[in-house]
Design a protein around this ligand. Structure first.
Ligand SMILES: [Zn+2]
Length: 438
């Protein structure tokens, strides 16, 4: 390749761009050190991930969750963090959490809270393979959700440590042991995380990144709540031949159908979903205590007396939730003759709205990625993600999620990840942590 000496300023950046290289000039010498040490350790990072994936840590396999915690704890001890294991009360039947802290002179940079989780949805008896490499991808239990992201945290911190860039920083790392099925009461199982957020300025969570349609890795600036509702409808039992008269009424099944269709026609809006997942109706209808199984009895010649519906509701802000609740309640109250209905709502995960503060953290992340030659990082549309741990702290601190590895099929037997994404995510995250803390 010939490079004309007459216009080097024009050609050299174009060449670097074409080769996908880092613009060395965009990274400080310390940052270049950090990137180099991450690249040098890529094989060991993959080994650490393999080692942790080979320990089954289904949420209910407490010994496994603690063993993964012990592995990560050793790494954090080596980096000069103060580590401790937090047990949950035995009645909660959860393994507990790993907490690691370091405190610097608070005048400089932001105080960070880094979030990962030790558990996976794959319990001890799961037939899903633990670690199976196929070329440049690996299938296995929790490889992208989220042991891959956990290793991103550890390797990013390790590179910063080697560059002397952890000195004087204030960083808390929390690996929860029950993200996939948070222990009840939530006020207890997430108390330590909330307390850590109160001592921090920014929360970063390392759940898998999600690719957009253009194939780019994205950042998660918003996540929707998870909540549920129960609809209970009553009708007047009677002879079916009299249905639709004022005296006999319309029955509980028609009234439930009217309500659900009203939801569909009047409540749908962007970033809001509500799914009716279970319905039973007839002369008798019952749902079990777990809310996942129902029983019904009825006859074609008897007007239905009872209908029960269970559903979820996912929203991006409390304003959106309140608006949806008000419309749903109004629809429920407009009863057909001879029927009555009531609806109750239960919140589980709070929403993480895409605030300007969250977008500002994404800007730093995207710039760091561009400066390292890894391309800009756009925001994932917030409606496209389920609930996660970061939502318990998002109201307290600026928050960014999706800093982990790239993969497919989380929670399924096909869960996998793209090996190259481990190094890529580690470089971006290390530079982000460096820039936020300096
Ligand atoms: Zn997860």
């Amino acid at each position: 390749m010939k490079i004309s000496l007459s216009s080097p300023a024009l050609l050299v950046p174009a060449l670097l761009l074409a080769l996908g290289c880092a613009h060395a000039a965009d990274l400080s010498p310390t940052e270049q050190n950090i990137v180099a040490s991450i690249k040098a350790r890529s094989p060991q990072a993959l080994q650490l991930l393999e080692q942790s994936v080979n320990i089954n840590s289904g949420t209910m396999n407490h010994a496994g969750v603690r063993a993964v915690g012990q592995l990560y704890r050793q790494a954090l001890d080596q980096l000069g963090f103060a580590t401790r294991w937090i047990d949950m009360p035995p009645a909660m039947q959860r393994a507990g959490h790993l907490l690691a802290t370091r405190a610097g002179s608070a005048t400089r940079g932001k105080r960070l809270l880094l979030l990962g989780h030790l558990d996976t949805v794959f319990e001890k008896d799961s037939p899903v393979q633990r670690w199976q490499r196929n070329g440049d991808r690996v299938r296995g239990q929790g490889v992208n959700d989220m042991k891959g992201g956990d290793v991103v945290i550890l390797e990013a911190l390790r590179a910063l440590h080697r560059a002397g860039a952890l000195d004087d920083t204030t960083i808390t790392v929390m690996f929860t042991g029950d993200e996939e099925d948070a222990g009840e009461p939530i006020a207890v199982s997430r108390a330590d995380m909330v307390a850590a957020a109160r001592r921090s300025d920014i929360a970063l969570s390392f759940e898998a990144t999600m690719r957009n349609r253009a194939g780019q890795d994205t950042g998660t600036v918003g996540r929707r709540s998870s909540s549920s509702w129960e609809l209970e409808v009553k009708g007047r039992q009677g002879h079916s031949s009299a249905i639709f008269t004022d005296k006999a009424g319309y029955g509980a099944v028609y009234e439930a159908a009217r309500i659900l269709d009203g939801f569909r026609q009047q409540v749908i809006e962007p970033d809001l979903t509500f799914s009716a997942g279970l319905i039973v109706g007839g002369t008798e209808a019952a749902v079990d205590a777990a809310g996942t199984k129902g029983q019904a009895a009825g006859k074609t010649n008897v007007i239905a007396r009872s209908t029960l519906v269970r559903g979820d509701l996912r929203y991006l802000s409390y304003e959106q939730r309140d608006r949806a609740h008000a419309t749903m309640r109004a629809i429920v109250a407009r009863n057909l003759p001879g029927t009555s209905a009531s609806i109750t709502f239960h919140d589980a995960y709070p929403p993480m709205p895409p605030t300007p503060g969250n977008l500002a953290v994404l800007d730093v992340y995207s710039q760091a990625s561009s400066d390292a030659g890894l391309g800009p990082i756009p925001a994932l549309p917030p409606g496209q993600r389920g609930a996660g741990d970061i939502q318990f702290v998002a109201a307290l601190v600026d928050s960014l999620d999706g800093l982990g590895v790239a993969g497919n099929g989380a929670h399924s037997p096909d869960e996998d990840f793209d090996i190259a994404s481990l190094e890529r995510a580690t470089i971006r995250s290390a530079l982000l942590i460096y820039r936020l803390t300096h």
